[in-house]
Design a protein around this ligand. Structure first.
Ligand SMILES: NC(=O)c1ccc[n+]([C@@H]2O[C@H](COP(=O)([O-])OP(=O)(O)OC[C@H]3O[C@@H](n4cnc5c(N)ncnc54)[C@H](OP(=O)(O)O)[C@@H]3O)[C@@H](O)[C@H]2O)c1
Length: 322
């Protein structure tokens, strides 16, 4: 199951509003084939695995998958069909699929056909891993983590607003590995871009090269972002989204020409309407597959807006040594 989760993580950033799923087939205690859901609209992990494996499947072979196999026709046919068709007789799953179209029915279909189905095993770990998808299914919004760094005295910036380096290299490496790499989106308010000009990428020597940086999203209702911001460079712009409420059309056009996206969201009392924002971020369109989790890195006004909305699932404070 742990290997399934490692494989599933490779789909982060590509599977959109789908769950991240990995699967392995075990024979005589050894993994003989493995697969993962690679991209929104592509084969689910189980189907990909079975397609890859052209040998006969033995009744003692065991399929492990971190989420219950699906039993409905979505963008791809049901995984239960291909499992039964290829004669897999044992399935171990990590968690029940919270999608109401599945919700235990995949397990029932397999059991009714005589397949031995074991699970959930490592349920808490599997649900935590796919907490974004679980949140979309149960609450209709992404999972939200707030992260802030502060000095021992509680400061988050200098008095004049200039950048203040607070965290150590070890803390930075930890937050790249365990926060940035584990969310679909890195979100900041526009003032942080204006003052700090951050890159908002995953930079960690231990991160595998197939790890994508999360999508960078800036909340910028009046289009105040500076055109020379580093996240609008030719290299980073394709992974950057500006959420706008109004502002200069010419500036928006200029930003789009760089390859970044500018999406409009209605405002209420100067803030984006949360429901409208979640809808925009979780509705696939063209080459955007939607997102399931957000890491909000600041600054203070942005944290406050999220806290006041009541939609914060986890809050992380990194305290510097001075
Ligand atoms: N220590 C840390 O962890 C950390 C992290 C990040 C930043 N910072 C520091 O924080 C400072 C910036 O913080 P700040 O509080 O001044 O600004 P901020 O939070 O970076 O940006 C605030 C602005 O973003 C827009 N915005 C944010 N949330 C919004 C929402 N829900 N709806 C609509 N618009 C929204 C608004 O833009 P408009 O004003 O245009 O309406 C708002 O005034 C910088 O000095 C930076 O160095 C510290």
């Amino acid at each position: 199951m742990h290997r399934c989760l490692e494989l599933a993580q490779r789909g982060r950033g590509s599977v959109g509003i789908n769950p991240m799923v990995g699967a392995v087939l075990v024979r005589d205690g050894k993994i003989i084939v493995e697969a993962w859901h690679r991209e929104f609209g592509a084969d689910h992990a189980e189907r990909e695995l079975i397609k890859k494996f052209d040998q006969d499947i033995r009744p003692t072979d065991v399929l492990y998958v971190n989420m219950e196999p699906c039993c409905h026709h979505g963008k791809t046919p049901p995984c239960t069909e291909v499992i039964l068709h290829r004669g897999i007789r044992r399935v171990v799953f990590g968690m029940v699929d919270p999608n109401p179209q599945v919700a235990g029915q995949g397990i029932s279909v397999l059991r009714a056909a005589g397949v031995e189905v074991i699970g959930p095993v490592e349920r808490a770990r599997c649900e935590w891993f796919n907490r974004g998808f679980v949140s979309l299914m149960r609450r209709g919004r992404p999972w939200i983590t707030l992260k802030r760094a502060q000095t021992l005295g509680g400061r988050i910036a200098r008095d004049d607003g200039s950048p203040l380096k607070i965290t150590s290299q070890t803390q930075d490496a930890w937050s790249h590995r365990w926060l940035r790499s584990q969310h679909d989106v890195l979100m900041v308010g526009v003032e942080t871009i204006i003052r700090d000009d951050p890159l908002l990428t995953v930079r960690n020597p231990n991160t595998k090269s197939d790890q994508l940086s999360p999508l960078r999203i800036v909340l910028d209702p009046k289009m105040r972002i500076q055109m020379n911001a580093r996240i609008l460079s030719r290299e980073l712009a394709p992974g950057t989204v500006i959420i706008a409420g109004g502002g200069s059309l010419k500036k928006k056009e200029g930003i789009r020409k760089r390859g970044a996206r500018v999406w409009e969201c209605p405002l209420q009392g100067g803030l984006f309407q949360w429901r409208a924002l979640w809808k925009i971020l979780t509705t696939p369109q063209e080459n955007f597959h939607g997102i399931a989790s957000i890491l909000t890195e600041g600054g203070a006004k942005t944290w406050q807006a999220f806290q006041a909305s009541g939609s914060v699932d986890a809050e992380i404070v990194l305290v510097g040594s001075s």
